[in-house]
Write a protein that binds this ligand. Structure first.
Ligand code: IMP
Ligand code: MG
Length: 172
């Protein structure tokens, strides 16, 4: 574990999740809200977040995969699992683990808009600025991180470390 440097403690994560849940519960009062978790990284954040919301909500998941982002961004992202709930005239909130280049999110927002939702907003536990390429507005952010590859609390490296309850910087 010596190559794992602590970045966020359980307490810091819990506070970020409850702060975001409070804002969402107030902003979406009386709305038809659908949360869409981006697989697989957002599964833990989403499950903690929904349990703190005080408004009715529906949950769905979408799967994205990317290869060779560096070489050809627009063609490198594809869906591995599409949504199942009808989004027509609904308020949609995408729930992400971390936003890095922003390219997957740009793809995802365009994709979801095709279903005719009333609104599409973005919520991410982590906002990493180091490699941002797309100009996207993140509506709810847990923590801003400058750089580094992070693991834990859903985030993986080669499918490992998702189960760690805290967030770490993986030093290579
Ligand atoms: P983006 O398209 O570059 O914004 O990256 C989106 C996805 O890449 C995120 O939703 C994560 O699943 C993954 N990712 C980006 N940075 C990290 C990281 O530091 N650790 C683990 N996964 C990451
Ligand atoms: Mg993700």
């Amino acid at each position: 574990m010596s190559n794992l440097i602590p970045v966020l403690t359980k307490e810091e994560i819990e506070k970020a999740v409850s702060d975001i849940a409070r804002k969402i519960s107030s902003d979406y009062k009386g709305c038809d809200l659908i949360l869409i978790g981006v697989l697989k990284g957002a599964f833990i954040f989403l499950s903690d977040l929904v349990r703190q919301l005080t408004i009715p909500v529906k949950v769905d998941f979408i799967g994205l995969s990317s290869y060779g982002l560096e070489t050809s961004p627009s063609q490198s992202i594809h869906l591995t699992k599409d949504i199942e709930i009808d989004l027509k005239n609904k308020d949609v909130l995408i729930v992400e683990d971390i936003i890095d280049t922003g390219l997957s999110l740009t793809y995802l927002v365009d994709h979801l808009k095709k279903f005719g939702p009333k609104s599409v907003k973005i919520c991410s536990l982590l906002d990493k600025h180091e490699r941002r390429k797309a100009d996207i507005r993140i509506d709810y952010i847990g923590h801003i991180v400058k750089k580094g590859f992070l693991v834990g609390y859903g985030l993986d490296y080669a499918e490992k470390f998702r189960n760690l309850p805290e967030v770490y910087h993986l030093k290579t």
